[in-house]
Design a protein around this ligand. Structure first.
Ligand SMILES: Nc1ncnc2c1ncn2[C@@H]1O[C@H](COP(=O)(O)OP(=O)(O)OP(=O)(O)O)[C@@H](O)[C@H]1O
Length: 308
């Protein structure tokens, strides 16, 4: 389990992480989400003892990362900035890491397979593509067979097959009972991978929730109705808890009731329906609604489907 207590980081006059409190539980994949510059990497670096918090503290498996006697066997980490010797082979890089932790050669021989690097283990790192470099970072994170994994933007540089592979890998690592914290600025990616979400914006906690709850909080489900008798149906559906907005003259968006009730009401009054479509707020929209105040770098035009 990972715990952050009032974790705060200030650079000069700027506070980039503000009193973050959250818990990452074992057995699930937790997505750590936020727009660019939200403070995800800084938070992860603090969890891993690479940056000292200005205030607050964090624990992994009940103790500060730096007090673990063999951290690689407790926590596997993939951070964006890696230092690897380009002239070394992947195997030798992993072997050098293993030596510092008493990890046996047999494990070093096994992890390239886990990371999809079979066949490339004895190639020099300088010839690696971005995706292969990312897989090597994941192999290094898995080296100590750790109970906790902290991965910063692990899908960066991976092709679609690689993205699918990492999704399955994270899910299976969590199913083995490990604690998995994975950062991303892409809600669409996290929605497919994570069970739980910790969302931050400008260093502050915006949500600590499940995917389903995030959708519900962001406005929940609605039903799109197209009918030539929109005014009549609108009057019939009106009631406590029901909110109806109008699009074009024959189009309604109904919140607070479901398509079964709308269909029955229309049928009972012989109102023809040309469309009756349940809709959920997209996760992208939910995320953008949540973080819109805290996006640091904005494009001039509104975005759909992509996040900044
Ligand atoms: N060493 C540093 N000195 C000063 N400011 C820093 C330093 N490291 C990070 N920052 C600032 O802290 C803020 C948070 O950065 P961080 O890299 O943690 O965000 P992020 O959520 O990981 O972003 P991204 O998705 O772009 O990687 C940014 O405004 C960044 O410019």
């Amino acid at each position: 389990m990972i715990r952050a207590y009032e974790l705060t980081k200030r650079y000069g006059d700027t506070t980039v992480v503000h009193g973050l409190d959250f818990t990452v539980r074992p057995g699930t994949v937790t997505g750590f989400l936020g727009p660019n510059g939200a403070g995800k990497s800084t938070t992860m670096r603090m969890l891993l003892g690479l940056d000292a918090p200005t205030r607050g503290r964090s624990t992994i498996g009940g103790r500060a990362y730096t007090t673990h006697p063999a951290p690689l066997t407790e926590v596997g980490a993939l951070l964006e900035a890696r230092s690897v010797h380009p002239g070394r082979t992947a195997f030798n890089h992993l072997m050098a890491l293993a030596h510092t932790h008493g990890i046996p050669r047999s494990r070093v021989e096994h992890v390239p397979d886990l990371a999809g690097l079979t066949g490339a283990a004895h190639k020099r790192i300088k010839g690696f593509s971005l995706g292969m470099g990312q897989r090597l970072g994941i192999a290094a994170a898995l080296l100590g067979d750790p109970a906790t994994l902290i991965l910063d933007e692990p899908v960066n540089g991976l092709d679609p097959e690689g993205v699918l592979w990492i999704r399955n890998l994270l899910t299976s690592l969590a199913a083995e009972g490990r604690t998995v914290l994975v950062s991303s600025h892409l809600m669409s990616e996290m929605a497919l991978t994570a069970d739980h979400l910790v969302v931050i914006g400008r260093g502050r906690l915006l949500a600590d929730t499940t995917v389903g709850d995030l959708i519900r909080t962001a406005g929940g489900a609605s039903v799109r109705v197209v009918t030539p008798q929109a005014d009549a149906l609108r009057t019939l559906l009106a009631g406590p808890g029901v909110r109806i907005t109008t699009g074009t003259a024959d189009e309604l968006t109904v919140h607070g009731t479901d398509s079964v009730h709308i269909g029955r009401t229309a049928a009972a009054h012989a109102i023809p329906l040309h469309e009756l479509t349940p809709q959920t707020v997209s996760l992208e929209q939910a995320f953008m609604d949540l973080t819109q105040e805290s996006v640091e770098y904005r494009t001039a035009a509104p975005l759909t489907g992509a996040l900044v």
